[in-house]
Design a protein around this ligand. Structure first.
Ligand SMILES: [Zn+2]
Length: 267
């Protein structure tokens, strides 16, 4: 698939100039004839500067090396790494869960992320959930969908305070706009997203998710506000609603074990 094919496939799926779109992606899945940067440019052309293009640019915390928005690579795929490097792309300053955005409202979306919870109120994904935007899971599933953590945060599930792994420290450093190294303190942690695909049938039934294909891959196109609404309702019924049913996963995931121990159900 070439750039023009991608743009027209996006258009056929309602992604047009002015659209607001979060993209989670697998570069390999779409068999694209061009670099990851060209994929980003295709998206930019498809939605235009009147639209808003958002991607995660998450990165692991490296002790002794503060997060540097201009230098720290994105660890969530080749397309996201190419995107955060492009001119006029804003990147938020959260030390582990930074977000990159381009287009109308990109600066406002990414601003202040270092002052709030990674996926809490005021974070880029939280702000996006209050728009009429969509989430495209390009060749990947909801296991990669950060919006699940927003829903968990809004529902105040009891496992928000459980670090993803034992290696996760409650503080991390980042380089602020003024060039100074600052310390971020975690109040909550985005947890394990291994079983977020459990939300697929819920969202499908509610009309907020459809399976699409831009090339040969399977992608999901999800309504962002609808996602949070539906998943919030499920988590309010049972805070473990998005956890695995597999003992095999519990055996190897301390986060999920702790989340299960803390789980609350509506009586
Ligand atoms: Zn887990």
């Amino acid at each position: 698939m070439k750039k023009a094919d991608l743009i027209s496939a996006l258009k056929n799926n309602g992604i047009v100039p002015g659209s607001k779109l979060v993209v989670h992606s697998s570069y390999k899945s779409i068999d694209f004839e061009g670099s990851p940067e060209e994929v980003c440019k295709s998206f930019m052309e498809a939605i235009s500067e009147e639209g808003l293009l958002v991607m995660p640019a998450h990165s692991p915390i490296v002790k002794g090396t503060p997060f540097n928005p201009g230098r720290t690579p994105s660890a969530v795929g080749a397309i996201t790494e190419a995107f955060r490097r492009l001119p006029r792309v804003s990147r938020s300053l959260h030390p582990s869960h930074s977000v990159a955005a381009w287009g109308r409202g990109a600066k406002e979306l990414t601003a202040g992320h270092q002052l709030v919870d990674a996926e809490g109120e005021g974070s880029p994904f939280f702000k996006f959930s209050q728009t009429d935007g969509k989430i495209l899971m390009l060749g990947c599933t909801l296991r990669a969908c950060t919006m699940g953590h927003v829903a968990e945060w809004v529902a105040k599930v009891p496992h928000l305070g459980v670090p993803f792994s034992a290696a996760f420290t409650p503080t991390a450093e980042y380089i602020d706009d003024d060039g100074k190294v600052k310390t971020y303190v975690y109040q909550t942690y985005p947890g394990c997203s291994k079983m977020f695909d459990k939300a697929i049938p819920w969202l499908k039934e509610a009309g907020f998710l459809k399976e699409i294909s831009l090339n040969k891959e399977t992608s999901l196109l999800v309504d962002a506000a609808g996602f949070v609404k539906i998943v919030y309702d499920k988590l309010k019924e049972d805070s473990a609603a998005l956890l695995t049913d597999s003992e095999e996963h519990f055996a190897k995931c301390s986060h999920c074990r702790e989340a299960r121990r803390l789980a609350v159900k509506k009586p």
